[in-house]
Design a protein around this ligand. Sequence first.
Ligand code: LLP
Length: 445
Amino acid sequence: MNTRDTLKINAKGHLEIGGADCVELAQNFGTPLYVFDEEYIRRMMRVYRDTLQREYGENSLVLYASKAFSCQAIYRIADEENIGVDVVSGGELYTALQAGFPAKNMYMHGNNKLDYEIGEALDAGIGCIVADAYSEIDKIDAEAAKRGIVQPILLRINPGIEAHTHAFVQTATTDSKFGFSVSDGTAERVTAYAMQKKNVRLDGYHCHIGSQIFEKQSFVLAVEKCMDFAADMQNRLAFKLKTLNLGGGFGIWYTDEDRKISAEEYAEYAKALVAAVKRKAQESGMELPFLVIEPGRSIIGEAGITLYTVGAIKDIPAVKKYVAVDGGMFDNPRYALYQSKYTPVLANRANEEATEIVTIAGKCCESGDIIAANVALPKAQSGDILAILSTGAYNYSMAMNYNRNKIPPCVLVNEGVADYIVKPQSYADINRNDVIPARLAKKTK
Ligand code: LLP
């Protein structure tokens, strides 16, 4: 059903994830519910870690891009699997630190890190900050000087690769808000600038060409451009590349329009990157850099599903049939943002053939609140448990309280055992920071 054996249909005809019956999960934890298969997550972390170690050696590190799904438990898993993480905000940094994740194995990204985020990262002893603006370099330098340290940094460069993916998730084309462009000399100028700073140590470069990319060649091309640029900087500025971070971006299966990529094939992506780095280093006589990759979606995306209960059904004859669920864009805004496609499964009748085309709608007061448009499903009835597959990445992490809906809880399953990793929100949680100024206080009449 998905690319690994995370999902099965059991003897009762129910969908199972990680050995747990989805109908029972819905009964025990309620819906909407995010469910994650721990084994899948660990397996993917190991695939990348072991491939880099085997093909490149100790001089490498896999970072889990935690923007895909951030909560304390995921940082514990990453730490247990001996990989690093990337964080993109003070909030992710804080969450990782609360989980006891070692700061030295963290990289911090972001195109506009706030002053206090830089301060928090330095105070924590973060391994590396990826700078994306002159002002950031200045700030890191000044804050590091205050603390009497020299902070390792990378520069985010933009190699100008156009990856084949949805335009909104492309992050390295020349008009991107991310990165210093290689083609117009900006990246060279900022290299020279960072090299003369006393309290930052420029270790190298970072690039990330986009997300949900399947073409291996796009990644290889990015490596080539980065390595060519580094060789150029070695010749022109005597800059020695110590670290090269190639970002993430490997695609996953959402629907049968996407290729199913096996664990072995993900290893092939990593191998292709390694081969390109080695080849380019040899060609230009550079030493092999410390090599970093930071996949997010491909580690967590297919590990997760969302369970909903079907509610209202609206059949507009000869037009459309809406099947509404008890979640919506507040737990998965990806259709609203990117017209993303998903595969639904009726978890309580998983063996039944699809007989109709429906649109799965959420419960928000907004027409664009759709989870999946025009999808095939058996005839759904109110009370059915509907699973949406491949929601592990960029769903919970982009969830919100629109219409003051409660962000669903997350459970982690392992061999049939399910535990909360994010507890349910209450209305009181949503109201926690609301304040009624004295002048608006309810007057007794
Ligand atoms: N490194 C950097 C610097 C990134 O910007 C990203 C993703 C990653 C790594 C991880 O990429 P992944 O392996 O997950 O593709 N919200 C969008 C995705 C935005 C991705 C942003 N950057 C979505 O829902 O599709």
